[in-house]
Design a protein around this ligand. Sequence first.
Ligand code: R5P
Length: 291
Amino acid sequence: MKLVPGPASVELTNKVSSILGLRLTELEHRIFPDGESYFRYVDSVENENVVIFQSTHPPQDKHILQLCLLSSGAKDLGAKSVVVVIPYLAYAKQDRRFKEGEVVSIDVVLKILKQSGVDKILTVNIHAPWIIDRSPIPIENLDAVGTLASYILQMNLKNPMILAPGKKGEYMSATAAKVLNADYGVIRTKRNVNTGTVEIELEGIDVKDRDVVVIDDMISTGGTMVKSVSTLKSAGARRILVGCIHAIMVDDADKKILSSGADVIIATDAVPNKYAFVSIAGLLAECLRKL
Ligand code: R5P
């Protein structure tokens, strides 16, 4: 197996390679003066099972194209198979036509990856799990909520309540609550498709004087989390811990969350970020070992 560090996930690939005891494939990568990416496989990938790591956080379009270049290039050079590890799979929010005439972006992205020779995708907490069934490429979706919760376990929570917003809220909070041996619930959300703003409801969940952990699969603008945290603060929560798998954090989202009353933000390294106290490298290595 050849592990290839895509430019968006070099650190994570290093961690996985140490766990697996495999040397990284040497890759030359440069950016031309006009911004185009250049790659050269220094080590041969001929007849090899190639695993390319490349998260697709911002700049998403660039990271996706780099992944296509690496995958297609590996196949041109004779790779036997190409598995791509995309810890954060971009465009999964546009998983349907919310308004007439919209492009269903995730379907297009998956078609492009298929055309680029990708045989399998390994991802983590995909935003829209329902796209897996219709994907032209097999997708294995790993769950890092338990790994995140195991880290939070050391934080000495007092009378904890685990909450998570949105459609996947129940599953995420229940998974974390099992590890943390705590109560759990769901924060109901409603997003305006035109403005992108979110309304939230606690629906009678009592958080007074409790330590609350709010878990989400991703934090992008921070809008959902800011509303959740400030509502919990007004409802009398003692400490508020924010956990997420994919810390995209656009426009100072982290600062807004902390100033709305969160005590700490804990994220994974699926996307490089300064709150990545939890690594998904072990989870990925375990899965790759089985391939
Ligand atoms: C929604 O389905 C997700 O789980 C997140 O709550 C959402 O993507 C977060 O986005 P933002 O940080 O922009 O509110």
